[in-house]
Write a protein that binds this ligand. Structure first.
Ligand code: BYC
Length: 471
């Protein structure tokens, strides 16, 4: 499954065999490039960036590293290889051959899923566009840009599906992807987490840890889809997503490590005095990014999610590995809800609880990363534990959006919340402090004082490698 780089749009879908589709995508391409120039990474057009580019979609040998100017990055269309005889694995059509074309009766639902997924990709690039100006090192700058170009490619993936399978309204949706903008008052991005600013690098690392991880779980559920082209493109996107979460996990880990080093070196809790980010502030950022990211899974009980499942469009995480009937007619699933002032568990129909189940899978995965950060703190001999807040904390979507709760899940009054939320979420002052640390460090091998150096370089290169060349 090698990729044809001779084409104007690199691809492994035989685009040149379908002139109409090729022309439509070539028509969309300049708008994309213009969007990148206007809303992609600021002041980056002339930089040579040590990036990886997909050369094949086969497991193992797909990445090629070299210096690239980002506007010349070869964005294209890459699908994982087709699985011979693949079937719909769940829902009412279980056992039927997977669809190669959109099933007419589910067109609207499928388009909506693809549009929602696609909309997040350019949104994140927009959110992160100023960060390059304050990078803590060339290594981090390169990682930011790698994430950005891959999010751009993920937009291409969804735009391809819209163009190839949804005719005129698909083309209109593809245009609209470039018209909505993160945080825009009139035309915002679809999901709220993608309208929040990513103003500093701690936010960026938290975003790639928590919000990109929602991407992993949503893409994994879409990779189960009975609509085979969606499944195949999501499978390849997932291989790229892993690096984004690595950037988040190691990024936060290095900020934690630096805080611990300062505490031990100066025998103090006053990490800020020595130019680091203290653990309580890291906890507040964690609380914020976790809570806006769990909102991305939708309502706890959702007929939309039940319908997507029954239609065979969006499965559960690792659907084929789950040992049940994959129909879920009579199954139940335990869901947290509010009763009076208490959060209690109740058994609900497993079909309508699909969003909640995915959220549970996601929270377990987040915990694994947080455990690693806590190991850094423990090994430094410091008595502090980072904690994932309760799912009832600071919610904007679902049952818990109706109430106010502490990070440990105790329901409190509005007045209490107004009084205390600054203890749990970054205050203006916290944000101003973190912002004050954001100054670009661009000498090869040098790292800002608020973050520890990376454990190793990229692709076997040393840490002092010139990952980005300014021209
Ligand atoms: N914000 O039945 P419900 C990524 C709406 S991230 C605003 O629970 P559903 C990435 C909902 O639209 C992954 N509105 O909804 C990461 C519905 O409206 P209607 C992105 C929301 O559909 C980092 C109503 O509330 N991919 O890839 O079951 C960097 C009822 O809700 C929200 C996907 O999201 C919200 N958070 O669940 C780059 C996958 N939540 O029908 C990239 C595709 C709900 O009443 N999307 N609403 O008008 C989906 O599967 C679903 O749309 C959702 C929502 C899971 C998001």
């Amino acid at each position: 499954m090698s990729i044809d780089y001779q084409e104007k749009i690199p691809n492994n879908v035989d685009l040149s065999e379908d002139r109409r589709l090729q022309r439509a995508l070539e028509k969309w391409q300049p708008g994309y490039q213009q969007w990148w120039a206007e809303l992609g990474p600021e002041e980056s057009a002339q930089m040579d960036v040590y990036l990886r580019t997909a050369i094949s979609v086969d497991p193992g040998g797909w990445a090629n590293y070299g210096y690239v100017k980002m506007p010349e990055y070869r964005w294209g269309i890459f699908l994982s290889p087709a699985e011979e005889g693949r079937l719909v694995n769940f829902g009412a059509h279980k056992g039927d051959p997977a669809w190669q074309e959109v099933p007419g009766e589910y067109r609207a639902e499928l388009r909506r899923l693809i549009v929602t997924q696609g909309d997040t990709e350019p949104a994140s690039v927009e959110q992160q566009r100023h960060l390059g100006l304050t990078c803590p090192s060339l290594y981090d700058l390169r990682n930011l840009f790698q994430v950005n170009v891959e999010e751009g490619r993920h937009l291409w993936a969804m735009v391809y599906l819209l163009h190839a399978h949804f005719g005129r309204d698909g083309r209109e949706e593809a245009e609209a992807m470039l018209e909505r903008h993160s945080g825009d008052a009139d035309k915002p991005r679809i999901l709220q987490a993608f309208n929040e600013p990513t103003p500093d690098w701690l936010s960026f690392f938290m975003f790639t840890f928590f919000t990109d991880r929602d991407g992993k779980y949503q893409l994994a559920s879409l990779a189960e889809s009975g609509f085979d082209p969606l499944s195949r493109t999501c499978r390849f996107m997932l291989t790229e997503e892993a690096h984004h979460m690595f950037v988040g996990e190691t990024g936060v880990g290095r900020v934690v490590q630096r805080a611990c080093e300062i505490m031990n070196e100066h025998k103090t809790e006053d990490v800020r005095k020595h130019g680091g980010i203290d653990l309580p502030t890291i906890q507040k950022y964690l609380n914020f990014h976790f809570s806006v990211s769990v909102d991305l899974f939708g309502q706890e009980l959702s007929t939309n999610a039940a319908n997507y499942y029954t239609m065979g469009l969006k499965g559960r995480f690792q659907e084929s590995k789950i040992d049940d009937d994959h129909l879920l007619g009579d199954n139940t699933y335990s869901v947290a809800e509010i009763k009076g002032d208490a959060v209690v568990m109740s058994d609900q129909n497993a079909l309508t609880a699909i969003n909640e189940r995915l959220r549970d899978d996601y929270i377990r995965d987040c915990q694994r990363g947080v455990d690693k950060w806590n190991r850094v703190i423990r090994e430094a001999g410091i008595d502090f534990e980072l904690k994932i807040p309760h799912r009832a904390f600071h919610r904007g979507i679902g049952a818990f959006s109706e109430i106010k709760a502490t990070p440990d899940g105790t329901v409190i009054t509005e007045a209490d919340w107004d009084h205390r939320h600054g203890d749990w979420l970054p205050t203006e002052e916290d944000r101003a402090y973190v912002t004050s640390l954001m100054e670009a460090v661009t000498e090869p091998g040098k790292v800002a004082g608020w973050i520890a150096p990376p454990a190793k370089g990229i692709n076997g290169q040393p840490r002092e490698f010139e990952y980005v060349r300014f021209n």
